[in-house]
Design a protein around this ligand. Structure first.
Ligand code: CA
Length: 243
């Protein structure tokens, strides 16, 4: 098993290398994005551990180039503290999994093994919350067993919320992460899109999947109620669809 580490923090590189070699992996190292991409394209690796913040080319750019060149090598992205970066983006640009620093070494090993097991199989990050399931790679969404068709913007909004289950997320944060700088910066646009999502995801007479947190934002419901309700009713609401 050959692993490529692309990371510019040398103490981190040293401890990762030592740990992985002790587990029997062969390890190559690149300390900037350009060098990392070049190695990744010229050698066959079983997995790549890729830091997000790198000199010359950041982690997103590296995975994007790798994927557009057809490489399906499993990528585990290392990111700064939670909240400082966009986890949705990490997965959208082609990473298979991510880990926030600081991480525990056993967790890293477990994630790495899981990625290598999945190997070259068609993969995507599948997020599950209650009766909602989202395949961020294929851009498909299901409520229970029923597929729900979402627009790209609805998909990014739901993906973002599903990465933060049961956590209140402010409208400002959603605007920052789901809408680009050039688009409208009006928090009302968030309300409008949450409305679209509710129409598509919720069942009449059941609590909404997306709770409103007054004067702040929204929270993806973590209640088991929706999952249980989904298990007993397999009826689609008459007003599903439309935006
Ligand atoms: Ca770094």
């Amino acid at each position: 098993m050959r692993i490529l580490i692309i990371e510019d923090e040398l103490p981190m590189v040293r401890s990762l290398t030592r740990g992985l070699e002790a587990e029997g992996y062969s390890v190559d190292v690149a300390t900037d994005g350009e060098q990392g991409l070049a190695s990744a394209l010229s050698m066959t690796y079983d997995a790549i551990i890729l830091d997000l913040m790198l000199p010359k080319l950041n982690g997103h750019a590296v995975t994007e180039s790798l994927r557009s060149s057809g490489s399906r090598v499993p990528v585990l992205m290392l990111t700064a503290k939670q909240g400082e970066f966009d986890q949705t983006e990490a997965l959208d640009t082609g990473a298979d999994d991510y880990l926030s620093k600081p991480f525990s070494y056993p967790v890293l090993l477990a994630r790495l093994r899981a990625l290598i097991r999945r190997g070259g199989a068609p993969r995507g990050a599948v997020l599950v919350q209650g009766d909602l399931r989202l395949d961020t790679k294929e851009h498909r969404c299901w409520r229970s067993d029923e597929e729900v068709s979402l627009t790209p913007r609805e998909m990014s909004l739901l993906t973002y919320l599903m990465h933060r289950p049961a956590e209140a997320v402010s409208k400002a944060e959603l605007l920052d992460h789901v809408w680009d700088q050039a688009s409208e910066r009006d928090p009302n646009v968030v309300e409008v899109y949450v409305g679209y999502l509710r129409r598509k995801l919720d069942r009449p007479g059941h609590p909404s999947h997306i709770e409103t947190v007054r004067s702040f934002g929204y929270r993806l419901s973590a209640s088991q109620e929706t999952a249980v309700a989904a298990a007993v009713t397999a009826v689609s609401p008459p007003d599903s669809g439309g935006q």
